[in-house]
Design a protein around this ligand. Structure first.
Ligand SMILES: [Zn+2]
Length: 310
């Protein structure tokens, strides 16, 4: 490249960069997990002003006719950045926005897709679950993220799944499935038949500690079925993309099974919930990120669930 053409190239880059900045558009980074499947890796953290609520793995699948988004991130801004990432890959319309469950880090970007008029898809139990937590979620979002939360809102599903259902995005069938209460009572997975890619939502946590907002026993049952799906690629709700299978599922299953076993034993010994929280599973600390934030809460949830078995 001679000096003149080098200068032209630099000038082009400056123009290109300023065009991007002028539009003020942030593009979410995505990785191609399998043909047509693109996922963004969220931060291994709770939502903060620094990470802007970008803590869940989110992404999209491109068909021959249109695009299905799977979770939209923790704010309107993240949803817009995800939309920009889709536009960098394909001009096809977004026809489905799927939410894997009700948690704020997975749903608050939905509003970024309203103008695309997609069907918003979720578990038949999603709308009720969102409505029951809406006030708390909005308050917490504004408190934790401040101005970064601007414009974020809950957009309820317009199409619901109870059991299994399929979505055709053109030459590609997505199988959606709802599950027994586990991480939440409205968990839903997405399976791309063409590539054997399973989007687990928060039914799978990798490296980040699993969080029980539903049922430890239900979750263990679901895991037994998820194991049989034997996917070729996996997008967990949190943690590294396309982790080793089934080792990543094994680690989560072992944590939950040990928790259920130890809590049952504590209840049998007549321990109080406080005693159980102060003693169970503390040796798991070095195995999981965010252990200090969620482990004791998990023991509490498991205790409340299991004490009624006796
Ligand atoms: Zn979740």
């Amino acid at each position: 490249m001679n000096v003149a053409s080098a200068w032209h190239f630099v000038a082009f880059l400056i123009l290109f960069a300023s065009a991007t900045i002028a539009r003020g558009e942030t593009v979410l980074s995505v990785t191609r997990i399998a043909p047509g499947n693109y996922a963004h890796r969220g931060h291994d953290d709770v939502a903060t002003r620094e990470n802007g609520g970008d803590i869940a793995n989110v992404g999209f699948i491109v068909g021959a006719r249109c695009v299905a988004v799977i979770d939209t991130g923790g704010t309107l801004a993240e949803g817009r950045a995800l939309r920009a990432a889709i536009r960098a890959v394909t001009p096809l319309p977004v026809c489905y926005v799927i939410n894997t469950h009700m948690h704020p880090d997975h749903i608050f970007g939905n509003a970024a897709f309203k103008a695309d008029h997609p069907q918003f898809v979720g578990s038949a139990k999603l709308a009720q679950a969102e409505a029951s937590r809406a006030d708390n979620y909005m308050r917490a979002l504004n408190r934790e993220l401040g101005s970064a939360a601007a414009g974020s809102e809950i957009v309820a599903p317009t199409r619901t799944i109870d059991g299994t259902g399929t979505l055709d995005i053109g030459g590609r069938t997505l199988t959606l499935r709802t599950w027994k209460t586990a991480h939440t009572n409205n968990d839903l997975t997405v399976y791309d038949e063409k590539t054997g890619t399973l989007w687990t939502g928060d039914l799978l946590f990798v490296r980040c500690i699993p969080v029980i907002d539903g049922s430890v026993l239900g979750w263990l049952d679901d895991i037994a079925h998820i194991r049989q799906m034997n996917p070729r690629h996996v997008v967990p709700g949190h943690g590294p993309l396309d982790p080793p299978w089934p080792q990543s599922l094994d680690a989560e299953a072992r944590y939950l099974a040990d928790l259920a076993r130890d809590v049952r034993a504590a209840i049998k010994r007549g321990e109080t919930i406080r005693q159980a929280v102060d003693s169970i599973g503390l040796d798991e600390k070095d195995k999981w990120l965010l252990f200090d934030l969620y482990h004791r809460r998990n023991v509490t949830a498991a205790y409340a669930e299991l004490e009624w078995e006796q």
